[in-house]
Design a protein around this ligand. Structure first.
Ligand SMILES: Cc1cc2nc3c(=O)[nH]c(=O)nc-3n(C[C@H](O)[C@H](O)[C@H](O)COP(=O)(O)OP(=O)(O)OC[C@H]3O[C@@H](n4cnc5c(N)ncnc54)[C@H](O)[C@@H]3O)c2cc1C
Length: 330
């Protein structure tokens, strides 16, 4: 960061940096917020976290982000987001928030390298899909392994796919995939589902869906793309291989909000609670993207929330300035 900037005062010995806005996260939500805040001359500081570009950087091609009729590489898209935000004065810092003190303004954000005092905070720390952690999974992400039916269902037209999970989202996503896939095999580690009864009935009744019970995937195999999975029956320990074109994993989605547990209101699943204007229970702190969104979980929706959160933060700062007591002239 260029510390000569006017609105950033520093104290090098304590490494405390005073800014108007800190944005946590460099995914679509964080970088879109950075663009809007930078264009309002706030010179926001974006702390990238460990995953530069966020989840989208893991995927080869995004086909549902408007403006790219031929699709766009996930990494290419977030590189463009970053370049555009930097063009207007956003500062990208390769650092993570490790602790926060949000009791009073300016808010205090501790990182591995520094400490920030900020007038507003936008939290765009996203989420992570729970992984199976089996051989082949990481290597084949975007080449048959997926965590999002809305994102990738289209690639599986008339193909055979396997779903892992037994909760509501596993069944909802399976039913969604019946629009595309030829067959859907749900592999579940127990002999009954956790999902709601109506969803269960719809899945049981669907001619494209079948179940393999009491079983887990032990390996996902394929060179260029997924070809088959190895399945273990937990009751008999029997191992079988099942040819498939895709593996969709829906065993949980964890928002990256652990450092806010004692500082902000979270829901029972760890998503930060907001009102419809993306404000948290602490004035001046806003949430964008998957850190507060269990419902949509898309690049375009996260980017939209980033823009909206930044607009709210800009309004908040304006209101604060307008309410400042005017100094009496002597
Ligand atoms: C494999 C895959 C494929 C996908 N494909 C598509 C698709 O085709 N279309 C689509 O619309 N969506 C797709 N998605 C979903 C999409 O990527 C997400 O909805 C989107 O990235 C969410 O954006 P976000 O900015 O809220 O969070 P994220 O992308 O999760 O980014 C979170 C950011 O916060 C940072 N961070 C976390 N903790 C801290 C901290 N303590 N301090 C500072 N920074 C922190 C991380 O480093 C990261 O930069 C896909 C997701 C995956 C995993």
């Amino acid at each position: 960061m260029d510390l000569s900037l006017n609105n950033i005062s520093t104290n090098h010995s304590e490494k405390i940096i005073k800014v108007k806005m800190v944005i946590l996260g460099s995914g679509p939500a964080g970088l879109s917020a950075a663009l809007y805040a930078a264009r309002a001359n706030l010179e926001p500081v974006v702390l990238t976290g460990m995953q530069l570009g966020g989840q989208v950087s893991l995927t080869n091609t995004i086909e549902n982000y408007p403006g790219f009729p031929e699709g766009v590489g996930g990494q290419d898209l977030v590189d463009l987001f970053q370049k555009q935000a930097e063009r207007f004065g956003a500062h990208i810092e390769y650092d993570s928030a490790t602790d926060v003190d949000l009791k009073e303004r300016p808010f205090r954000i501790k990182t591995y390298n520094s400490e920030y005092l900020t007038d507003t905070l936008i939290i765009a720390t996203g989420a992570q899909a729970t992984q199976l952690n089996v051989p082949g999974e990481k290597e084949l992400i975007g080449r048959g392994v997926s965590y999002c039916a809305t994102c990738d269902g289209w690639f599986f037209k008339d193909k055979d796919v396997v779903i892992v999970g037994g909760g509501d989202s596993a069944l909802e996503e399976s039913l969604f995939l019946t629009r595309y896939a030829k067959s859907i095999t749900i592999i579940h580690r127990r002999d009954s589902l956790r999902a709601g009864v109506i969803l269960q009935q719809r899945a049981f009744d669907h001619p494209k869906i079948r179940f393999i019970w009491d079983s887990v995937i032990t390996e996902i195999m394929g060179e260029e793309a997924v070809k088959k999975v190895s399945i273990k029956n937990l009751k008999t320990n029997e191992l079988n291989e099942l040819p498939t074109d895709g593996v969709f994993i829906f065993i949980g989605h964890i928002p990256s909000t652990q450092i806010f547990v004692d500082a902000l209101d979270l829901d029972g699943h760890g998503y930060i609670k907001t009102d419809k204007l993306l404000s948290t229970n602490v004035p001046g702190i806003f949430v964008a993207g998957e850190a507060g969104d269990p419902d949509y979980r898309q690049v375009v929706t996260s980017a939209g929330m980033g823009a909206a959160a930044a607009m709210q933060a800009i309004r908040f700062l304006q209101e604060q300035e307008e309410n400042q007591p005017v100094p009496i002239k002597s």
